[in-house]
Design a protein around this ligand. Structure first.
Ligand code: G3H
Length: 496
């Protein structure tokens, strides 16, 4: 059970502690932040409201710990990460329990998130050993005018301190996708978890503590964004920010100093369906892609663009699959569970009301109880409706009927987002042409958008983000290149 057994140290009374200098601590603020359960809409947990002074202390400790960590052999860093991965998997049940209560993730998906996170950490350790264990040798005579009298040796060195800010929808997995690469590359790490998801993240951090990482190297501060949000992201001690979330990322990128940024800020992923597509495959992917975790994924299918001649068939198939989705509490492992907050539910409802007023066809009756919204497919959506462009982050999916592929590509590219997209056709040549024309970081051919497998590159264009993630890219992004040039007194050629 959460907060008991090996996790008893991380809670005192009914308030979870924050993690600093290798210890679980209460904040000197004496204040806490409540975490509301999306299902009951009542307070479920409490976390510390950390102060700016506590953030300063965490940064100072991290700077000291990082110096020693950068001198720790790569194989030892990898070994500790493997230990953390094993502990995370061993304690998957209490961590998953937090995900169910804090973010209403269906029970089985909550367990999968923790297991996927353990696998991600292990892969990161292995990949880090490979890619950080090698550098480059360049010789000078390949550039015009030079003889071979200079050898340039390059290696990858840590940036220093990485600030990781994951979102509510994957508070464990999108935290470790930042923590693992930062640590294997020799950086210190400060985690600011989302408020909803913070308790799962604190349990996850305890697995790193139990694994035996050095004191001060990893910290986790909780609290109000208004108190410590800007203070963290603008802190002079931070050398890199890895953020996943919404518009806040745009504000962070404007305020952050001259440091590398990794940002993933959502999407309006389009699903283009051609007349020759396998319509059963299309329907299965639209329902999985559009409605898993109630549509609260940045990679969810968020608009279907279907060629008119097959639109009726696609809509019918999707409707019959939606009818089979279970709706209810995450504890019962329902497919559709309450969305994260009441204000999210209100926002989603606003999009639905707008579509209704402008004449969209409702394939199901709109139904909402508290934060629980029944899955809804909206047909005959037109570009003048908000739902055609905005990201609902909920279980509602618009269908726009198109008369040509060009019209679909045009709609996709007119979005301010550019995360992923997908195209369904049996014609691989057409699929490649469409993929090339779509202005998104990834295009999936004959499957719904998805970030994983976690070692694949993952990136968004336009307002969807900065930089590329995926295990290898994240490790590289959290390092910089150091060159050492050996200057010989006279040119020397191998075997020459
Ligand atoms: O919500 C954003 C995540 O990066 C999506 O990840 O495709 O594994 O659900 P996923």
């Amino acid at each position: 059970m959460a907060g008991t057994g090996v996790f008893a140290d991380i809670i005192e009374g009914d308030v979870y502690k924050y993690y600093a200098e290798g210890e679980w601590r209460k904040s000197s603020s004496g204040k806490s932040v409540p975490i509301i359960n999306p299902t009951t809409r009542k307070p479920q947990y409490k976390v510390q409201a950390c102060t700016q002074e506590e953030v300063n202390k965490v940064m100072e400790a991290a700077k000291v710990a990082q110096k020693a960590w950068a001198r720790t052999p790569l194989w030892k860093r990898a070994d500790l990460l493997h230990r953390a991965a094993a502990l995370l998997k061993e304690h998957k049940e209490p961590i998953a329990e937090c995900l169910v209560k804090e973010i209403a993730k269906p029970a089985k998906d909550a367990v999968s998130e923790v297991v996927r996170s353990g696998d991600l950490i292990s892969y990161t350790a292995e990949e880090g050993v490979r890619i950080l264990g090698e550098g480059k040798l360049l010789v000078s005579d390949s550039f015009p005018g030079n003889e071979r009298n200079k050898y340039c040796l390059t290696s990858k060195i840590p940036l220093g301190l990485v600030l990781a800010i994951p979102p509510f929808n994957y508070p464990v997995n999108l935290a470790v996708s930042k923590i693992g690469p930062a640590l294997i590359a020799g950086n210190a790490l400060v985690l600011k978890p989302p408020t909803q998801g913070a308790v799962a993240a604190l349990h996850m951090i305890h697995c790193f503590h139990l694994a035996g990482f050095p004191k001060g190297l990893i910290s986790c501060v909780t609290g109000k964004g208004s108190e410590i949000g800007d203070f963290l992201t603008m802190h002079p001690g931070v050398n890199c920010i890895s953020f996943t979330g919404g518009d806040t990322g745009i504000a962070i990128s404007k305020k952050a100093g001259m440091i590398p940024l990794q940002m993933e800020l959502g999407g309006k992923d389009a699903c283009i369906v051609l007349e020759d597509a396998d319509l059963n495959l299309v329907a299965a992917n639209i329902v999985k892609g559009g409605f898993s975790y109630s549509g609260q994924r940045c990679t969810a299918v968020k608009v279907v663009l279907v060629i008119e001649s097959v639109a009726d068939a696609v809509v019918e198939k999707v409707k019959s699959k939606i009818a089979k989705l279970t709706v209810g509490p995450p504890e019962d492992d329902c497919d559709i569970t309450p969305v994260i907050t009441e204000s999210s539910a209100n926002f989603i409802e606003g999009l639905i009301v707008d579509a209704k007023e402008k004449g969209a066809t409702f394939c199901q009756e709109y139904r909402r109880e508290g934060n629980l919204i029944w899955p809804l497919l909206l047909d005959h959506v037109r570009p003048d409706m908000r739902i055609a462009w905005e990201e609902p982050f909920g279980p509602v999916l618009p269908v726009i009927r198109i008369s040509s592929v060009e019209e679909g590509i045009h709609h996709c590219n007119a979005s301010n987002f550019g995360l992923q997209g997908c195209v369904f056709t049996r014609d691989i040549n057409k699929a490649i042409m469409i993929s090339d024309a779509m202005e998104t970081g990834t295009v999936q051919i004959n499957s719904a958008p998805a970030r994983g497998p976690d070692h694949f590159p993952f990136q968004g264009l336009k307002d969807s983000g900065i930089g590329s993630q995926g295990i290898t890219n994240s490790i590289n992004m959290m390092t910089k290149i150091k060159s050492t040039v050996i200057n010989l007194p006279s040119p020397s050629y191998t075997m020459g």
